[in-house]
Design a protein around this ligand. Sequence first.
Ligand code: FCB
Length: 441
Amino acid sequence: MSEATVHFPRGFLWGTATAAHQVEGSNTNNNWYAWEQQEGRILNGDKSGLACDWWGGRWKEDLDRAAETGQNAHRFSIEWSRIQPSPDRWDEDTLERYRTMLRGMLDRGLMPMITLHHFSNPLWLEEQGAWENDDTPQKFAVFVRRAVEALKEYVTYWVTLNEPNIYATCAYTIGTFPPGRQDINATLHVATNLMRGHTLAYHIIHELQPEARVGLSMNYRSFKPASVSPLDKWVAGLESKLLNDMFPRAAQDGKLRLVYKTVKISNAAKTQDFLGVNYYSRDLVSFDLRHAGTLFGHNYYRSDAELSTNGFLANEPEGFYEALKWGLQFNVPMLVTENGVEDAEDKLRPRYLAEHLLQMWRAVNFNWPVKGYFHWTLVDNFEWERGWSQRFGLWGLDVATQARIRRPSVDFYAEICKENGLSSAMVAKYCPEVKAKLFPD
Ligand code: FCB
């Protein structure tokens, strides 16, 4: 077998990504907290509780871990419901805490990237109809102005919305996120307001900080027609247009292409300085009359796919290459703002990581403008409606004791970050089962 090391461009960002509600703990004033209190909403009745106890101060030890293992960047989100606990109140102490965290990142050599909205809404906003309410984009804009004024001293990279496609779909089509609706019209209305919110945020951030880099994090899902049937092709294409293309295209030309109409969002054209790509997996899609609620798309994994512990993800690294190729059309630099797999045993993660990073290397090898990679995630955290059942951390978490568990992937990722690349020797050490496949003769 050949021995080789593939390298990434100088200055490549290597980090992990987190989100406020998933790591902070003691978040009791948002829609997710309320959702957790309702029976049957979260798997096994799990609660976020202390989460990773970042609000109690454990962000320090976890960021030590990140820095000591060679990372040079960290993506996290700030919690709107803490900063603006009620419509007429701003919590300066919270902003000061986030400033302290940001200094903590910079002191550790971690370039911070802030997500302004990562699925959680203040309870008061949720009670007003959240993103279905046409006043919400403006309210978001007010929050963004306040947050950016307070934090811009330490941050250049801002993600306005995390996965607006997933938020709208899970909350308003599938119903697994609060408010648990199943209504395509509501989904499209919410999408329109999310795009308006992004647009307002983009312009405010640039007004306050001309040198800022602002973008969306999109969950790119690879959709393959399950057969050659034109209906399968049609529905796979439709899903791709709606879920993958809709938001970044609107951020490019100002037009939000909904199923049956196109909405012009004023000032939305050219509102992305970079594209955040979150990639996890690939679906087969077939046209199925029994799935009217999802526009007749039935999605599933191919039968021989390698699945994660709970069957949540299939290991489909080529879909990652496809994601980056897709991202090229927007003509902006790309950052991989999430990629990872749930795997408490850390059996699949090492090869998932190696195989995906090799696909990313193929992309940079063509000079595609991929500037960094944020692994999801640093420490196991609260996985939304899947609760604690899914373990995405490089580090494991014992939820009862807050102990961190060093998985082999910690050391694998550390070697990758320190080398700014991936070598056959690393693969031989951490996932020898794919050595011949990844570094053939
Ligand atoms: C993404 C979310 C992130 C995390 C991962 C597993 O869709 O952005 O918060 O839950 O999935």
